[in-house]
Design a protein around this ligand. Sequence first.
Ligand SMILES: NC(=O)c1ccc[n+]([C@@H]2O[C@H](COP(=O)([O-])OP(=O)(O)OC[C@H]3O[C@@H](n4cnc5c(N)ncnc54)[C@H](OP(=O)(O)O)[C@@H]3O)[C@@H](O)[C@H]2O)c1
Length: 253
Amino acid sequence: MYQTLTTNPPAFLHSKHNPTLSTGPSISNCISLRFKASASATTASSRTSRWSLHDMTALVTGGTRGIGLSIVEELTGLGAIVHTCARNEDELRKCLRDWKDEGLRVTGSVCDVSSLADRGKLIEDVSSVFSGKLNILINNVGTNIRKPMVDFTAEEVSILMSTNFESSFHMCQLSYPLLRASGAGSIVFTSSVSGFVSLKSMSVHAATKGAINQLTKSLACEWAKDNIRANAVAPWYIRTSMVEKVGFFSFAT
Ligand SMILES: NC(=O)c1ccc[n+]([C@@H]2O[C@H](COP(=O)([O-])OP(=O)(O)OC[C@H]3O[C@@H](n4cnc5c(N)ncnc54)[C@H](OP(=O)(O)O)[C@@H]3O)[C@@H](O)[C@H]2O)c1
């Protein structure tokens, strides 16, 4: 299913980043959960006057909806150039179109990060788009299946492990040469509160996020010598398509 989206070369990919690349469709069903990165011009200018990611390169996995979508728009709003991915091609194309209309510098690939082969192709694309240098890797993709622990099938456990943990682990491995080459790399994992405390019916999701938390600490120590930082953010509930699908956690149920 992997697909590099190619249309007209976006202006930002000319010059120093990649004089030859043809990419640029913009996607998004950028649906109901679209949080605008720039709430107002005043806020944006106040923020960018304090700090900037001007021309920093970033890969954000799962950037067409929910938390990933907000991250893409926040990073580009601060001046970064972003490549993102998702499985749904139509949604990705719509997002890319919308971002292009808004002047945001984003390219994308149709990719299932739970597939080892797709991950390899994604990094090839990223290396091509960003000329072998990546400043920021946001391992955002994740999914959830909620049910009592004894009811999980082996296949469900495998889906959660490969989507949430293995994909993030492997994306770090694949990105390592690019992050190191940038001279100032940063990895951010989207973890979860479930990786720290017990939440009802979330045993496997919680285990994948706990593993991510520990991986974050290991990488932060192991790759500090390469000037690559590793951090994780652990959200509580945010009403995204994932939460709409699996249902809200309730202390009462
Ligand atoms: N929402 C919350 O309350 C909450 C709380 C704690 C942690 N988190 C974590 O935050 C992260 C984002 O969650 P979200 O709620 O924003 O999810 P979401 O609204 O479902 O968005 C997920 C995004 O990732 C993409 N995606 C999903 N599976 C993919 C795959 N296998 N390969 C490539 N792209 C994939 C989706 O596009 P496609 O479907 O087209 O692939 C979409 O762009 C996850 O790691 C989640 O565990 C969320």
